[in-house]
Ligand binder design. Structure first.
Ligand SMILES: Cc1ncc(COP(=O)(O)O)c(C=O)c1O
Length: 442
């Protein structure tokens, strides 16, 4: 049974005539039958073109932290745009936003951009310019945006593309990437300190940066083991390598100061986007003063016509104000804890091997094993098809996490206790329905 009602289907067909696959970003495609067309969203809900309501746990892949169409954020935008949107000069609002980001995250300086991909591209360039080296270490399953440099062994890969865990292959995730780009990236498994240390000691002279998602925001929220991030920090210090935390998903979500605060560790550069703007397209690259001051007009480029435009800066200021003053993340944590606990109990009661992963604001469900996955390879050994079936049953009943279990469940502060209860009731029914299908087929 298709997820598309008649109106949604009609719009999807129209979309497919003029946009490849009817979408504007590849990750949105759930197939011709199940890709939705959305009318509007409010708080924790969204409605498709047939007026079907969904409890939204994709939240635009993570940006919505307060809630969809928050009045306070929208009013700030409406007010700001009366005075123009783009000047190609610095504005007081930009200064205030940069000060607020610095205060919340403890980065020393910041530059604004428009998307996570822009921020990560710029961070890599700054690190290369700072060190005079060209290569960088990237971990399997980590996603740093759609720029050529990063599109290797991301969460889209399958196990047999990755090579031996002792010497991973940089597997390109798209045609159209020049083969020479693969030579600039060194792939390693997450949470494997022995291989990390061996690689850095052997090759440090070529390595500009270690790029890491401090928790695996693109593989079910897998957490770093206790020594992992501190060891990255120590070896980067020892060998003059720039440590870059990609906090596009964790920033302003797992703590006000993101992963740096949560794990009590400072990177040299940090990238932010998503929750920074509650759905408005803003990003930032920040970090230590001496590294950030590598940026220099005519020497090291960080630029963009729309950087710091009045629309997104107003949205971001209002979002961060709510984070600081309204206990947004406290609510997100409470709801997330209740949801994780409830899902865990349902799966245990129904005898489904599983382990809950991640943190309450962005968590995952690993099926097929009760051993916590340490890295991307472990996750790929799980029961992806059962997860897929459960999500289809959830979506039919109006609960909408992403269909791919690598994508965490995202929560926003607009989610109520009743919404959590509704989700758990639906989850229980969905698991029952899938188990009944398994029994019928066995
Ligand atoms: C950790 C991380 N970095 C970078 C990006 C790229 O961000 P954007 O899609 O805004 O370009 C993403 C997107 O999901 C991400 O999860």
């Amino acid at each position: 049974m298709s997820l598309q009602g008649p109106q949604t289907q009609q719009w999807f067909k129209r979309a497919s005539q003029v946009m490849p696959y009817g979408i504007n970003s590849n990750f949105r495609y759930w197939g011709d039958q199940d890709t939705l067309v959305v009318q509007r969203a409010k708080g924790a809900y969204l409605w498709d073109m047939d007026g079907r309501r969904y409890l939204d746990y994709r939240l635009g892949f993570g940006p919505i932290i307060v809630g969809h169409a928050d009045e306070r954020v929208n009013q700030a935008v409406v007010q700001a745009i009366q005075d123009g949107t783009l000047f190609a000069w610095t504005t007081p609002a930009e200064v205030e936003l940069a000060e607020r980001i610095v205060r919340l995250t403890a980065v020393e300086m910041v530059r604004l951009a428009n998307s996570g991909t822009e921020a990560t591209m710029q961070a890599l360039r700054i690190a290369r310019a700072y060190t005079g080296r060209q290569k960088f270490i990237k971990f399997e399953g980590h996603y740093h945006g759609s720029a050529d440099s990063f599109m290797f062994s991301t969460a889209a890969a399958s196990l047999n593309m990755l090579g031996s865990p002792r010497s991973p292959i940089a597997a390109p995730m798209s045609s159209g990437i020049p083969t020479s780009v693969a030579e600039t990236v060194i792939l390693l498994p997450f949470n494997d300190l022995e291989l990390f240390e061996r690689t850095v000691r052997a090759r440090w002279g070529e390595i500009a940066a270690v790029f890491v998602e401090p928790m695996m925001g693109n593989v079910a929220g897998i957490l770093p083991e206790e020594d992992f991030l501190p060891t990255l920090r120590r070896l980067c210090d020892e060998y003059g390598i720039v440590l870059i935390f990609d906090e596009v998903k964790t920033g302003f979500r797992i703590a006000k100061g993101g992963a740096q605060e949560y794990f009590n560790l400072k990177a040299d550069l940090v990238t932010y986007a998503k929750a920074l703007g509650n759905g408005y397209p803003i990003a930032a690259v920040g970090g230590k003063r001496d590294v950030m001051m590598t940026i220099a007009p005519g020497q090291v480029s960080q630029s963009g016509t729309y950087n710091g435009n009045a629309v997104v800066v107003a949205a971001s200021l209002a979002t961060l104000e709510l984070l600081e003053k309204e206990g947004v993340l406290e609510t997100v944590y409470q709801r997330g804890e209740a949801l994780m606990k409830g899902i865990d109990e349902i799966l245990t009661d129904q005898d489904v091997a599983h382990v809950m992963t991640g943190l309450p604001p962005m968590f995952g469900i690993h099926l097929g094993s009760d051993q916590p996955p340490r890295n991307f390879r472990d996750f790929l050994k799980g029961n992806a098809s059962m997860y897929h079936q459960i999500v289809q049953e959830l979506a039919r009943r109006g609960v909408l996490p992403d269909i791919d279990g690598r994508e965490p469940w995202f929560l926003c502060a607009a989610l109520s206790e009743e919404d959590v209860q509704e989700t758990l009731n639906v989850f229980n029914d969905a698991v029952r329905a899938v188990k009944a299908q398994y029994r019928a087929n066995s």
